[in-house]
Design a protein around this ligand. Structure first.
Ligand code: MG
Length: 221
């Protein structure tokens, strides 16, 4: 029997707990967000990683901007959690390996990331710092979700997305990540953010929602 702290497993709506693995995060999967960042949709998925220590349970979390940054941005995203190791060589039909989906934040230190972009350096610090990936309870799925999701700050709508706006489908993203990294149980795909990203301030109350599925809330320290 595993003995894990609640920062080490995803909670599934059916009571299961899944030990957290690696986060594979997709950039620029919603064209309006790519444009607001002065970028375009890339020819191949843009992938970056967060370590397992990025995870924090979303519900009632207190999120802290690290001392080495002055600009932590929200990016609300649909998270897909892998439930079973995917055999090598599998190229499609990934639904049966998925534990479920939820809502997450890809917290980003925009000041640090801007410098990294200018210098051509990795995004590991700006995107992968401890606590940079709050994830909600995971809901099992029978097929890939079609959903609308949103993020409110202090009751004001800031981001709204719909999975029909994704440039690449969940299946395509999982296939691409598996072909390169080999996905295992507990790995989590963050599937990109819609437009409307922006800074978070001390005292902000963040509410994230997948319409008709779940609502969760956290605050900024
Ligand atoms: Mg993102």
């Amino acid at each position: 029997m595993m003995n894990l702290s609640n920062h080490e497993y995803f909670n599934v709506n059916d009571g299961r707990q899944i030990s957290v693995g690696t986060f594979y995060c997709i950039g620029r999967n919603y064209s309006a967000h790519a444009r607001e960042m002065g970028a375009s949709v890339p020819d191949k998925p843009l992938v970056f990683l967060k370590p397992r220590t990025a995870y924090i349970p979303f519900e009632n979390a207190t999120l802290t901007c690290p001392s080495f940054s002055n600009e932590m941005h929200h990016e609300v995203e649909i998270a897909i959690v892998i439930g079973d190791d995917i055999p090598l060589g599998v190229q499609n039909g990934f639904e049966k390996y998925i534990a479920g989906y939820g809502i997450a934040l890809d917290l980003t230190l925009r000041d640090i990331q801007s410098i990294a972009k200018q210098k051509g350096e990795p995004w590991a610090i700006s995107k992968g710092f401890a606590g940079s990936a709050p994830v909600s309870t995971i809901f099992p799925m029978e097929s890939y979700p079609h959903c609308t999701f949103s993020l409110n700050i202090n009751g004001e709508l800031r981001q709204k997305g719909d999975t029909t706006m994704m440039e690449r489908s969940f299946e395509e993203l999982i296939a691409y990540c598996h072909s390169i990294f080999h996905l295992k149980a507990g790995d989590c795909i963050l599937t990109g953010t819609p437009e409307g990203v922006g800074p978070l301030y001390s005292g902000d109350v963040i509410t994230a929602e997948i319409q008709d599925v779940l609502t969760t809330q956290c605050t900024i320290a």
